[in-house]
Every structure is written in structure tokens, then in C-alpha cells.
Design a protein around this ligand. Structure first.
Ligand SMILES: Cc1cc2nc3c(=O)[nH]c(=O)nc-3n(C[C@H](O)[C@H](O)[C@H](O)COP(=O)(O)OP(=O)(O)OC[C@H]3O[C@@H](n4cnc5c(N)ncnc54)[C@H](O)[C@@H]3O)c2cc1C
Length: 529
């Protein structure tokens, strides 16, 4: 039966995958009443995603769950192309990333979901399992969702807002009539999670092997289990067998490796699709419900987690009666949809480069990649892209308030904030900015003489957390230099770790404009749970 005790939460989240769980945690941390349902009776034991990248780790920090992730996962070292004497290139992963977590973390998706669900439970919310959304309707005050329990009984539940985090075949998306245009790859792909005998495999590296006109990719899962990923030449959809994967590994892999004890064997088609809209009035789409693409690059789950942190604080702001609701809620799609469009495009290119069978692509793989992949700027660009730390929000009404400049150097408006080290004025201890960004609001950095003056009249102490960086707390000016501030100035950081607005000491107008549209109505500082 569908439980009826939480009759009208602020937000009803449909789907308890990584996106839905991240959104539920974010909403709870900001003090919202949340309900999260999933039609599956049990969490899935198989793990599609295996890698958590830097920007997601930064988000997990603000969700209060990073220590659990770091303890459970393995830091990835490198992407190796070729094997032994046939090694074509090695790309270090995570080097040069400007982040408190400058590495990708290898962790199966089933564990990611487990850790997120534990954190959510600690915040007082349990996933309601065996509850499926079958329909929805909305009006000016809220959303009515038809929910069906495992016993087949239906109930209509109300919520102020609803977010469809219900995966690629999203019922929410279809109920809203939102188009999901894109393409389907003609080839069938094969996947197997199994133990591998016969080779000294580095459990912190990904292996990509190209030979005899084909590709095989090997990803460490955990405890000696590897994921083997290949493309079926025939394009049929019959179930995969271990013998078929073994034959692919023998033909295209390094040789001498034996697969055993498969825990997951699957065939699947790859789609590249993007929802036409992310918002229809009081309903939103996030994660795979809004964007799907090839697993090449390992970005799907990561992009979903970041959709969740972008939307969560905006819903909280609106539900607490703070700021301009239309501006905040519209900005979700304006900011996140272009990011997904780039991810979908990049994942398709990577898939074709790794698995394409055409003459040109085969030539590029064996002749050009060994040279190009060694170039430091190529390695840097790829890592920036995959880590998602270089994501820039260029569009939408919220970014416009901060008047972004062209070029988008890191720490400009719309880019991700950078971590800084400073001296705590009370204790004299060395501290870093990042843990402070985990609180439930905006953070205002004041530099130079501005840091020694009363809080600018454009904001009040209920609206922002203030960090003063002057000659005492930033003695050698390193923090100011990281933010490109010479002399005095200010930088306002959003709860999702994005730079909201910035300016010089003598120009506080943007701070006033932003505070008027976004922070207006806030009565008190709210600590995160
Ligand atoms: C082989 C493979 C490898 C991948 N590797 C990576 C990687 O390394 N890194 C990465 O970032 N991504 C990777 N991905 C992508 C990643 O797995 C997905 O992007 C991720 O699962 C999306 O999370 P989500 O929460 O949006 O959706 P899902 O994980 O699909 O969760 C949706 C949830 O909604 C529930 N649901 C569906 N319909 C309803 C309904 N009507 N009512 C109630 N509940 C409903 C489902 O039961 C499910 O639990 C990979 C994908 C594949 C296929």
C-alpha cells in the first residue's frame, strides 16, 4: 500500500537513483519536507556507473557524505591505451585539476546509492520502495501525483513541486509531454562484470585495447572484478554469453586473460537524447530523465548529481519565500540543459573514436592517438572536461544578475568557485574555504580594505555567510590572487559552489541587484543539517 502519512511534502521526488537521492539530500539539508519514491522493491545490485569525478566529489562534500565516499572508493590513476609492448599511450587522470578532490574516484553505482541513501536516512527520510508514479496533473498551488503501490492500490498524493528523477524511460517526462529527441547507435554493445585471471591488472587504471579491427575496454569494478565492454559486430540483440565476451577479449584484448564468475552479463543499445525542456510549471526533470548518452567518459551519473545540487537550493529558496521564484526556477534549465547538450555530444564523439570501425577512425586510433594523447594540453583539456570542474553557466536570468564577462576564466561569474587556504582570525589555525561552502546559503568573500569594514549595506547578516580575507587572514594575498582580486573586492558564491557575482570594492551595485532578486525575504541564517 502507498503510505499516506506524508500527505503534502514540499517536493515529491520520483526515482531513487543517484540523482533522486542527491536531490533529496540537498532539499533536506536546506530544511524542506521531502518525499522520495521508487517503483523498485529493492535497490538494483548491478552498477552502471563506476567513476565519480571531481565536481561531483565537491558536491558530495556539501551533502556531508564525502568522507564515506573517500573511504569506500579507489582513486583512479590512469587511462592506458594498449597493453605491454603494444602500449600506445598512457593518460594520467586527475593531474592538474583545480579541486579539493583532484581525482576521479572509482566506486560502483550500487555503493554510491547505498551511501547516499544512508545519508538521507540520517537526515530523516527513507526511500518509499515499491511505489510507482503512474500519472500526474498540476495546478497553480501544486502537483497531484497518482502513485501505485506494490499491491496495485492507487492513491493521489499532493506536493508543491515534483521532480522526475526516474531515468531514461521517465514516466514524468512522458506525462508532461516533453520531447526526448536524439539518436540510437546502430550497434549492440556487450557488457560483462567478471573476475579476470592471467594478467597483472592495475585495479586503479582503465585499459583500452585496439587490435584486429576492434576495441575492448576494461574497467576495474571492485575486489578483483572487472567490467569488460565491447561492441558486437553483427548488430543483433540476442543475450550476451560469457563465451562471446571471452572471444571478444581474446581477439581484441591483450591475450592470455580468462574471464570467470560473471556477476552481470548484458547487451544494450546506446541512445543520445536530450529533453526539450527541463521544467513544465511545477514539474522538473533531472538526471537520465533529462539526458542520456553513451557511457564513454563516464559522465551520466555525475551530470545527474550536479543537476540535483543546482535545482535543490533553488527549490529551497523559493519554498522558503526568498527571492524571485520565476527567475530561480527558470535558471535551472537555462544552466543545466546546455551542460547536458555538451556532455551528450562529447560522449558520442568518444564512443565513435573508441569503437568506430571506419578506416579513418582505425587509422586515427593507431597512428594519431599515440602522439596526440601524449600532448600535455590534450591531457589537460580531457581531464577538465571529464572532471566537470570547468563547467561554466553562461545562460539564464540568474547568471545575468552577476553580469558575466566573456572568456570565463575560473572564478568569474558562472564558473565553479576555487578552494582557498586562509588563517582563522579567532584561532590562528590554517583553514580552507570548501567546508564552509557546505552551509545552507550564499557565502560572501570580502577582500582587502572591504574585509575590515562593516558588512556592505547591499546585504545583511541574515542573507550571507561572510568570510573576511585581509592582511591578517590572507597574509600573503594568495587567496585574493586565486580569485583574481588585486587590492579590495568581493565575490559571492552560491550554495552549489558557483560564483554568483563579483566586483571591486567601489562597485557593489551587482551585489545589491543579486541580493534583491535572490536573497530578498531571508529572515535568518540557516545552518545546513
Ligand atoms: C554501462 C554503463 C556504464 C556507465 N558508467 C557511468 C560512469 O562511469 N559514470 C557516470 O557518471 N555514469 C555512468 N553511466 C550512466 C549512469 O549509470 C546513469 O546516468 C545514472 O544511473 C543516472 O541516474 P538517475 O538517478 O538519473 O537514473 P536511474 O539510475 O536510472 O534511476 C532512476 C530510478 O527511478 C525509478 N523509477 C523509474 N520509473 C519510476 C516511476 N514511474 N515511479 C517510481 N520510480 C521510478 C527506477 O526504479 C530507478 O531506481 C553508465 C551507464 C551505463 C549503461
Amino acid at each position: 500500500m502507498v503510505p499516506s502519512h506524508i500527505s503534502s511534502p514540499d517536493v515529491l521526488i520520483v526515482g531513487a537513483g543517484p540523482t533522486g537521492l542527491s536531490l533529496a539530500i540537498t532539499c533536506r539539508r536546506f530544511g524542506l519536507a521531502v518525499r522520495i519514491i521508487d517503483r523498485a522493491a529493492e535497490p538494483s545490485r548491478v552498477s552502471k556507473a563506476l567513476a565519480v569525478w571531481s565536481a561531483s566529489l565537491e558536491a558530495l562534500d556539501s551533502m556531508g557524505v564525502i568522507e564515506d565516499f573517500l573511504a569506500a572508493g579507489e582513486r583512479m590513476h590512469e587511462l592506458a591505451i594498449g597493453w605491454g609492448a603494444r602500449r600506445l599511450a598512457t593518460m594520467a587522470v586527475g593531474v592538474g585539476i583545480d579541486s579539493p578532490y583532484p581525482f576521479p574516484l572509482l566506486l560502483p553505482q550500487s555503493r554510491t546509492k547505498q551511501l547516499l541513501a544512508q545519508r538521507l536516512a540520517a537526515l530523516g527520510v527513507t526511500v518509499e520502495r515499491g511505489v510507482e508514479l503512474t500519472g500526474l496533473a498540476q495546478d497553480k498551488e501544486g502537483v497531484s501525483a497518482t502513485l501505485c503501490g506494490a499491491d496495485g492500490q492507487e492513491q493521489v498524493a499532493r506536493a508543491r513541486y515534483l521532480v522526475g528523477c526516474d531515468g531514461a524511460r521517465s514516466r514524468v517526462r512522458r506525462s508532461l509531454g516533453v520531447a526526448f529527441d536524439g539518436t540510437t547507435e546502430p550497434a549492440t554493445f556487450l557488457l560483462c562484470d567478471a573476475r579476470i585471471e592471467g594478467g597483472a591488472m592495475d585495479p586503479a587504471s582503465i585499459q583500452l585495447c585496439w587490435q584486429r579491427r576492434g576495441t575492448i575496454a576494461l574497467f576495474p569494478v571492485e575486489h578483483g572484478v572487472w567490467r569488460v565492454f565491447a561492441m558486437r559486430q553483427s548488430g543483433t540483440d540476442e543475450p550476451a554469453t560469457l563465451a562471446e565476451l571471452q572471444a571478444q577479449l581474446d581477439r581484441h584484448g591483450p591475450g592470455g586473460l580468462r574471464l570467470r564468475d560473471p556477476s552481470w552479463l548484458s547487451t544494450f543499445r546506446i541512445n543520445a537524447r536530450l529533453a526539450a525542456r527541463y521544467r513544465v510549471e511545477r514539474c522538473f526533470l533531472a538526471g537520465d530523465a533529462a539526458h542520456i548518452h553513451s557511457p564513454a567518459g563516464g559522465q551520466g551519473m555525475n551530470t545527474g548529481i550536479q543537476d540535483a545540487v543546482n535545482l535543490g537550493w533553488k527549490l529551497a529558496q523559493v519554498l522558503h519565500g526568498e527571492g524571485d521564484a520565476a527567475l530561480l526556477l527558470d535558471s535551472y534549465s537555462d544552466e543545466r540543459r546546455p551542460v547536458a547538450a555538451d556532455v551528450v555530444k562529447g560522449a558520442t564523439q568518444k564512443l565513435h573514436l573508441a569503437f568506430g570501425t571506419g578506416l579513418f577512425l582505425r587509422f586515427a586510433r593507431t597512428a594519431a592517438i599515440p602522439i596526440v594523447a601524449r600532448l600535455p594540453f590534450v591531457q589537460r583539456a580531457l581531464q577538465h572536461e571529464l572532471s566537470e570542474t570547468g563547467v561554466v553557466y553562461r545562460d539564464g536570468p540568474l547568471v545575468a544578475l552577476g553580469q558575466p564577462v566573456r572568456g570565463h576564466r575560473r572564478t568569474e561569474v558562472g564558473t565553479r568557485a576555487c578552494d582557498i587556504v586562509f588563517r582563522d582570525s579567532a584561532t590562528g589555525q590554517r583553514r580552507t574555504l570548501w567546508p564552509l561552502l557546505g552551509w545552507a546559503g550564499h557565502t560572501l568573500l570580502l577582500f582587502g580594505t572591504l574585509a575590515r569594514q562593516p558588512l556592505p549595506a547591499e546585504v545583511d547578516e541574515h542573507q550571507v555567510q561572510v568570510l573576511r580575507l585581509d592582511a591578517d587572514t590572507d597574509p600573503n594575498g594568495a587567496a585574493a590572487a586565486r580569485y583574481g582580486i588585486s587590492g579590495s573586492g568581493w565575490v559571492l558564491i552560491r550554495p552549489d559552489q558557483v560564483v554568483a557575482a563579483r566586483g571591486k570594492a567601489n562597485d557593489l551595485s551587482r551585489l545589491g541587484v543579486y541580493a534583491h532578486h535572490v536573497l530578498r525575504g531571508r529572515q535568518h541564517l540557516r545552518a545546513a543539517a
